[in-house]
Design a protein around this ligand. Sequence first.
Ligand SMILES: Nc1ncnc2c1ncn2[C@@H]1O[C@H](COP(=O)(O)OP(=O)(O)OP(=O)(O)O)[C@@H](O)[C@H]1O
Ligand SMILES: [Mg+2]
Length: 345
Amino acid sequence: MKSFGNSELDFSQLVKYSLDTIFVLQDEVVIYVNQAAFDLLGLKYPDQIIGVSFQSFLPPTFHSAFIERLERVWQGEVTEIMEQKMFKADGETIDVEIMAAPYKLEDHNLAQIRVRDITKRKNTENRLYNLEKLSSIGQMAAGIAHEVRNPLTTVKGFFQLLQKEINHSYFPIIVEELDNAIKTLNNLLQVSKPDFDNESNSSINLCSELDSLIFLFQEKLYNVTVTKDFQNSEREIVGKKNLLLKAFFNLIKNAVEAIEGKGEIIVAHFYKRGRIHIKIQDTGIGIPKEQLRILGTPFFSTKADGTGMGLTQVFTTIHEHGGHIYVESELGKGTVFYIELPCNI
Ligand SMILES: Nc1ncnc2c1ncn2[C@@H]1O[C@H](COP(=O)(O)OP(=O)(O)OP(=O)(O)O)[C@@H](O)[C@H]1O
Ligand SMILES: [Mg+2]
């Protein structure tokens, strides 16, 4: 077998086909990228990137940090790995890790930039964060609800017995308020322990169920156009029908409530690689960035008459069914909830 020395190895091939994304910069301008970079950014033609400033692929908030790092590279330093975001050719934003190092070529000081796509890892982290948040706050709330509901039910029972002996004009108000409190606690128990009623699994055709749900909102919808984009509508999933319908009801209700005046709601359904994807999009008021992370926390509501348990029910139900849920929102533009559920039939 012939053995190869360093001088005979063609390193350019290693770089060309490396799984790591590699950019070479002269000043701030890209002069070389490998195939992985094309794939990562969804580029079709070299002139979309060669001769272009690397910064144009970074959101403005990362520009100054990037320049500072590049300065250090020109001084011969290898930078630490930094998490940031990059734009793809179609404008989509991805989460990446970037590392920069000097690349000396003859007399020229160039920089090599290595980029790794961490979007999947970030999504998993966010999902875990949501799950943790739900399970800690949700479980605590459910525990308290349980402890408080029992004595309240007893108080109500004795009070009804008392009503048979004496009467007072305040009594109906007391019973009504007790009922309200017990109802709230029951609701909370139901959303934090979705399988509270031990519903059994059945096969569900989500398209026809979504159709019926949208119909329920018809009265409220005269200012709102609902567009249904249902593909693979013959597909069915297996799950707890009442829970799932309640979850989609809550999502559509939120979408309707987010629209002030005229607007549009798009409900999309399609099947891809063993999973059903559902999108519920509205052109409503949107959700501020700082609130996105606390969505799903029990009792979080910005509405005067909201319970803040709608999304808690949605998140727990989707996770209980082995699904995932993501949200994207822009203030003043609207919100999109993406849901995927396993579909093995
Ligand atoms: N599509 C949406 N557009 C804008 N904001 C939303 C949307 N969905 C949820 N939110 C925000 O998230 C909060 C929590 O929603 P959630 O459904 O849990 O409770 P709620 O709608 O306030 O009350 P309830 O569901 O009991 O009526 C809302 O108060 C609202 O601020
Ligand atoms: Mg709601």
